[in-house]
Design a binder for this molecule. Structure first.
Ligand code: URA
Length: 209
């Protein structure tokens, strides 16, 4: 059963407020998203397994712990997912990064793949699919499906803000994928924007309109 985790750390919630604010400009928006991504990476890696090692401190021998070789893959969905990658890599520097590009076919309204480049060993990695806005859930669900078709076995989804509709869609389609967010908002509006949300995450990150 897919679980939904809302990261309620005060620093995440504080920064999210300024990310949402329409008066926050591109430079600050990008920096805040980067910082929240680092904090969310810290939270999402909480269950990484540890193993004991023996080292020498300047004082004595010590039995202590290191992360035990679980390999991580970050999979941003283009383009807004890119805004969270560097922040995550700050504390998971050994992670490999794959990219998924999807566009919505204007006739069928279904997501169509236009770019896919993945680490060669995705079946051995814990993959974190990154999309700041989980709106209808169509892109996230399609990206997860693509990864499964390429052999991925262990997938998490990380978003800044989710709409209840998107959470439901991903949970229905992918029972085995847990979802990690900083907030679940009220709803989607008629244009597919999350309300209250933050607007278009890609445009705000890259200064486009
Ligand atoms: N994508 C965005 O960037 N913002 C939304 O509100 C919904 C989808």
């Amino acid at each position: 059963m897919s679980k939904l985790y809302v990261f309620d750390h005060p620093l995440i919630q504080h920064k999210l407020t300024y990310i949402r604010d329409k008066n926050t400009g591109t430079k600050e928006f990008r920096e805040l998203v980067d910082e929240v991504a680092t904090l969310m990476a810290y939270e999402i890696t909480r269950d990484l397994p540890l193993k004991e090692v023996t080292i020498q401190t300047p004082v004595s021998e010590a039995k202590t712990k290191v992360v035990s070789g679980k390999k991580i893959g970050l999979i941003p969905i283009l383009r807004a997912g890119l805004g969270m990658v560097d922040g995550m890599l700050k504390i998971i520097p050994a992670a490999k990064v794959g990219h998924v590009g999807l566009y919505r076919d204007p006739e069928t309204l279904k997501p169509v793949e236009y770019y896919l480049k993945l680490p060669s060993d995705i079946e051995e990695r814990e993959l974190i699919v990154i999309d700041p806005m989980l709106a209808t859930g169509g892109s996230a669900s399609a990206a997860i499906q693509l990864l499964k078709e390429k052999g991925a076995k262990n997938i998490k989804l990380m978003c800044l803000i989710a709409a209840p509709e998107g959470v439901k869609r991903v949970q229905n389609d992918h029972d085995d994928v847990d979802i990690y967010v900083a907030a679940v908002d009220e709803k989607l509006n008629d244009h597919g924007y999350i309300v209250p949300g933050l607007g278009d995450a890609g445009d705000r990150l890259f200064g486009t309109k």
